[in-house]
Each structure stands twice: as structure tokens, then as C-alpha cells.
Design a protein around this ligand. Structure first.
Ligand code: HEM
Length: 200
């Protein structure tokens, strides 16, 4: 596990600045503080959906074409956002018409794929904190309205460990580590740009 821990540290350090900047994003920051209007929360979830829907669609297709041993359907979080948006009053047709991010980095090898995936899988770690902060606004016993931030729930540990095992397959290989870092940096950048337009 030593090599994968080193790679994770490198990924964390390479993306620390942009991660920190996202804490200052007005919508994400408000969610993390647990104080935001229902309208703003709806705008935030709609924008997150536009990213995840596009990202998951692209990575599912790429995982198939690269014959990667990862089941993207198990990691789909757009459906969690759809459930939350429905809690907030949107119907399926309205959700399907929401804008989708059209500048997703498309990895062409396993290492940059895993680097891109690091960004969204890692976001489940901080998501749990945000879900806790939002419990005062959306306190449904089944996590209604907070499913996205609650993430994988009881599967959390298994999913994160499974992801780290995927990274472990090439950790220690300098060229592939560099590709993974590039994938993570590009994906974080796509996400940051996309989230600028969160409030109509
Ligand atoms: C206000 C918003 C956010 C807060 C408060 C936050 C907070 C956190 C926290 C506390 C962790 C560490 C959790 C742990 O180690 O158990 C974490 C990890 C992480 N977050 Fe965020 N986060 C936020 C937004 C995001 C976003 C929007 C993304 C990506 C789109 C993201 C990506 C990551 C990644 C990749 C990690 C894993 C770092 C590692 O390798 O340990 N975060 N976040």
C-alpha cells in the first residue's frame, strides 16, 4: 500500500490549491456551512447534475473501450442528484433538460482515467461533511434531499478502498503517475469552470 499512499499524497498536493478554492465557491461553501436558501440549493444540485451526468456518461464509455476492470454503474452519482432534485420539486422531464457540461476531459489511458475518477470519488469524502451540515435543512430519515452528499452511505469504505486498489495497479510507475496527476488536474479544472455558472 506504500506506493498507492504516495500517489494519493501526490494527487492531493497537486490539486490542493483548486480544492481549497472550491471551498470558497459561494454555493459549495454555503452548503458546507449548512446555511443556504432552498432555491440556491436547487441551483447547486442542478449544476452538479450537469457535471456528473456528462462525466459519468463519458467515463462509462471510455472504461468500456479501454476494457478497464471498473464498474462505473456502481459509482453513478447522477441518479442520487436526480432523487434530490425530485425532492426539491423537479420532475424527470425538467431534470433531463438541465444543461450538461460540454467540456469534460476524456482520458485515453487507464492512469489518466483513474486520475479523473480520483476527483469525483474523493469528493465523496468531503461530501459526508456537507451532508451533515445540511441535516438541519433536509432532515428526512432516508436522507431525502441529501443523497448526493451522503454518497455511497454504508458502501463508502468499500467503494473508496476499491478505488485505491485501482490506483495501486500502477502506483510507483512514474510515467503513469504523471498521467494520473494530469487527469486529476484537468478534471478539477473542468469542474471549477463549470461550477462558475451555478446560479442562473
Ligand atoms: C465546500 C466544499 C468542500 C469541502 C468542505 C470539502 C472537504 C473535504 C474534506 C474534509 C476532505 C477530506 C476527507 C477525509 O479525508 O476523510 C476532502 C477530500 C477530498 N475532496 Fe473535498 N471538499 C469540498 C469540495 C470538493 C469538491 C467540489 C471536490 C471535487 C469535485 C472535492 C474533491 C475532494 C478530493 C479529491 C478529496 C480526496 C483528497 C485525498 O486524497 O485525501 N472536494 N474534501
Amino acid at each position: 500500500m506504500k506506493a498507492v499512499n504516495n500517489l494519493r499524497t501526490r494527487l492531493r498536493e497537486a490539486t490542493a490549491q483548486i480544492h481549497e478554492r472550491l471551498h470558497g465557491h459561494v454555493g459549495l461553501g454555503a452548503a458546507a456551512s449548512g446555511a443556504m436558501t432552498r432555491d440556491d440549493y436547487r441551483f447547486l444540485l442542478a449544476r452538479l447534475w450537469g457535471f456528473h451526468r456528462a462525466f459519468e456518461g463519458a467515463l462509462e464509455e471510455i472504461a468500456r473501450s479501454l476494457h478497464l476492470d471498473i464498474v462505473m454503474a456502481d459509482r453513478a452519482r447522477a441518479p442520487m442528484l436526480e432523487a434530490d432534485l425530485m425532492t426539491l420539486g423537479l420532475d424527470a422531464d425538467e431534470i433531463a433538460q438541465l444543461p450538461r457540461c460540454d467540456h469534460i476531459f476524456r482520458p485515453t489511458d487507464e492512469a489518466s482515467f483513474m486520475g479523473a475518477l480520483y476527483v469525483v470519488e474523493g469528493s465523496t469524502l468531503g461530501g459526508i461533511q456537507i451532508a451533515r451540515a445540511l441535516a438541519g435543512l433536509f432532515g428526512g430519515s432516508e436522507g431525502e434531499g441529501r443523497r448526493f452528499f451522503l454518497g455511497y452511505g454504508e458502501r463508502h469504505g468499500v467503494m473508496w478502498r476499491g478505488f485505491l486498489e485501482g490506483l495501486d495497479a500502477f502506483a510507483g510507475d512514474e510515467a503513469r503517475e504523471a498521467l494520473a496527476i494530469q487527469g486529476a488536474v484537468k478534471t478539477f479544472a473542468d469542474f471549477e469552470i463549470w461550477m462558475e455558472g451555478w446560479r442562473p
